[in-house]
Design a protein around this ligand. Structure first.
Ligand code: WQD
Length: 346
């Protein structure tokens, strides 16, 4: 049985951390990435951590012929972890067709190749965004999927439906959708981490970039929400914990431990943290005061979302190990490294 695994988007934030954990578990990894949202230098970072150089094939998965040629060349792929997708909520509203082609068209090309194979194992990068504003907290996998608030969110909902429908008629294909809450942080080696392009849309990289002086001031998008301190609540989970969950999910399929051939798991810590609590965490671990102001609400934000982790803990046999401070510390260490930021000790 081959232990060669395809990781699409494997040079991206969560993808690269997952490649490290796969290599640590002895898997042979082939990365496909078009570098639209990743840097080829991440290859060195991965190798610096594991001592093993993954195979890297650079092409755009929207090219169906290249996808077919890839699976002909690597005919011993035993599993696919599919990260490659566009994920900027705002951009998806402006450019829906890019999202439907890149996030769904590509998904169908990969599934077509897997259906051709005798047996295949598929891990899908999904998101808590499928829940929209859930009616109750913590959110379980049975919470209703609500009408998507953006084309991005819709591609995750429809993506899950596509996989479910294909699995129904393809018993030899087994799949798991992993619904991430808010992955943050960086590998403790500070060899890999988040590399947002341009102005970060997400909270934690904006905080760390403000910490090193790259950004003047963080805007807190609203403090008049119905939460204890008025700011939105999310489930921030260390990216290494998220990566380890992917290996656990893949092993579950390879070792035939899955109860049916399409399963869904939430990936969170089970703990909700407000924006202000994240800011205070940064101030604690960095010893610095963060420059921020209270600004208008951001449209599309849900008030709160944090995971019920029982299913992943008890069935997948995986549990997040890191605390919010651990994750923020790793994000801060990474930011200081990539900006060559020198702490001024007074
Ligand atoms: C978190 C909180 C903001 C920036 C996640 C993923 C995203 C997408 C959708 C992933 C919110 C507040 C943020 C800032 C702020 N898909 N914030 N000032 O919104 O939960 O999005 O799900 O699968 O990639 O990250 O995460 O980090 O954007 O925002 O006040 O400058 O921080 O309003 O309450 P979000 P986020």
């Amino acid at each position: 049985m081959s232990n060669r695994i395809l990781v699409t988007g494997g040079l991206g934030f969560i993808g690269s951390h997952t490649v490290v954990e796969l290599q640590n578990e002895g898997f042979e990894v082939v990365i496909v990435d078009n570098l639209s949202n990743a840097d080829e230098g991440v290859m060195e970072g991965i190798t610096a951590i594991t001592g093993r150089l993954p195979v890297f094939e650079k092409f755009d998965l929207r090219d169906k012929d290249k996808v077919e040629a890839f699976f002909s060349k690597y005919d011993d792929i035993n599993g696919v972890i599919h990260f490659a997708a566009s994920k900027a909520v705002g951009e998806s509203v402006e450019n829906p067709l890019l999202y439907y082609e890149n996030n769904l068209g590509v998904l169908t090309y990969i599934l077509q190749e897997l259906v051709k194979k005798g047996s295949a194992h598929f891990i899908f990068s999904s998101s808590c965004t499928v829940y929209g504003q859930a009616d109750s907290m913590p959110i379980t996998e049975n919470a209703p999927v609500k009408p998507a608030e953006s084309p991005y969110g819709n591609t995750k909902q429809v993506g899950e439906e596509i996989i479910k429908d294909v699995c129904k008629v393809t018993p030899q294909l087994s799949a798991i959708a992993l619904r991430y809450f808010n992955p943050i942080g960086a590998h403790p080696s500070v060899e890999i981490g988040e590399l947002p392009i341009g102005v970060p849309q997400n909270l934690v990289p904006y905080i760390t970039q403000t910490g090193v002086g790259l950004r003047e001031q963080l805007s807190v998008f609203g403090d008049d929400y119905p939460t204890p301190d008025g700011t939105c609540i999310r489930d921030y989970i260390h990216v290494v914990d998220v990566a380890k969950a992917h290996v656990a999910a893949l092993k579950r399929l390879i070792e035939d431990k899955n109860e049916n051939n399409y399963e869904v798991f939430n990936l969170g810590t089970g703990k909700g943290s407000s924006v202000l609590e994240v800011i205070h965490s940064f101030e604690r671990v960095s010893g610095k005061k963060l420059n921020y102001r209270i600004a208008q609400r951001r449209s599309g934000d849900v008030v709160q979302a944090f995971a019920d982790t029982k299913k992943a803990n008890e069935i997948l046999g995986w549990k997040a190990q890191s605390t919010l401070d651990d994750a923020i510390q790793s994000a801060w260490d990474w930011e200081k490294k990539i900006r060559d930021y020198q702490e001024v000790s007074i």
